[in-house]
Design a protein around this ligand. Structure first.
Ligand SMILES: O=C(O)CCC(=O)C(=O)O
Ligand SMILES: [Fe+2]
Length: 217
């Protein structure tokens, strides 16, 4: 995998830049800008992240309350940006994306036990939704999502893009990256995705979301 220098960082990712990485796979449909990079993280890096998620997890919340308490049943961990190992991972994602890290929300870990899931949702906030002001007033909406599977659960736990019929299976170190917008920069409902129920074992992922403007918490 090619890591480019920091001089390639910009405010937004360029799909052509990501598409040029060695070994990357691109979803063929025009409705969704989606990439898969196997072995983006090493098994050792994944294990070190799992250790941190185990040490510091709490029940997940969702931003746009929808009245369904079972919508996102996983546990979340805000990975410490001051932890030098976490900073290395963050930098590795920024280099791959070509996005300046100042646009990134802090890296999050997720842990799904048997039966836990994240029902179909988009990562961007509905511009007319009730929580848009609260979550997007300062930093703007979410642009790109970078997600890495840290292990293979014994059964279940795939990510399903329900509108385009694409299913991605967890694999240790596999990166999934997508633009939450269409090429014309409008938000793309075809990014709707479902972190499906784990049927056996435990599933761990990390997620990195980038914003339209520099991140301010
Ligand atoms: O765990 C998954 O497969 C999906 C996670 C996800 O959609 C998210 O964290 O936004
Ligand atoms: Fe998501």
């Amino acid at each position: 995998m090619t890591i480019h220098s920091a001089s390639r960082w910009a405010a937004d990712a360029d799909a052509a830049y990501i598409a040029a990485h060695r070994g990357v796979q691109r979803f063929p449909g025009r409705d969704l800008t989606l990439f898969i990079q196997r072995n983006f993280l090493t098994p050792d890096q994944c294990d070190a992240l799992i250790e941190r998620i185990e040490a510091d997890r709490r029940p997940s919340t969702i931003a746009d309350a929808n009245g369904d308490g079972y919508f996102r049943t996983s546990e979340t961990c805000d990975l410490d940006p001051l932890d030098p190992f976490v900073a290395t991972i963050d930098r590795q994602i920024a280099d791959y994306a070509g996005i300046d890290p100042i646009y990134g929300e802090p890296l999050q870990g997720q842990r799904y036990a048997v039966g836990q899931e994240f029902k179909a949702h988009t990562d961007y906030f509905e511009p007319h939704g009730p929580d848009f002001q609260k979550y997007c007033a300062l930093s703007g909406n979410r642009t790109w999502t970078f997600m890495v599977y840290l292990n293979i659960p014994e059964a279940g736990g795939a990510t399903r893009f329900t509108k385009v019929g694409k299913m991605v299976q967890p694999e240790t170190g596999k990166l999934l990256a997508w633009d939450n917008r269409r090429p014309d920069r409008t938000f793309n409902p075809a990014t709707l995705h479902h972190g499906m129920k784990v049927r056996s074992g435990v599933k761990y992922v990390i997620t990195k979301w980038y914003r339209e403007r520099p991140w301010t918490s």
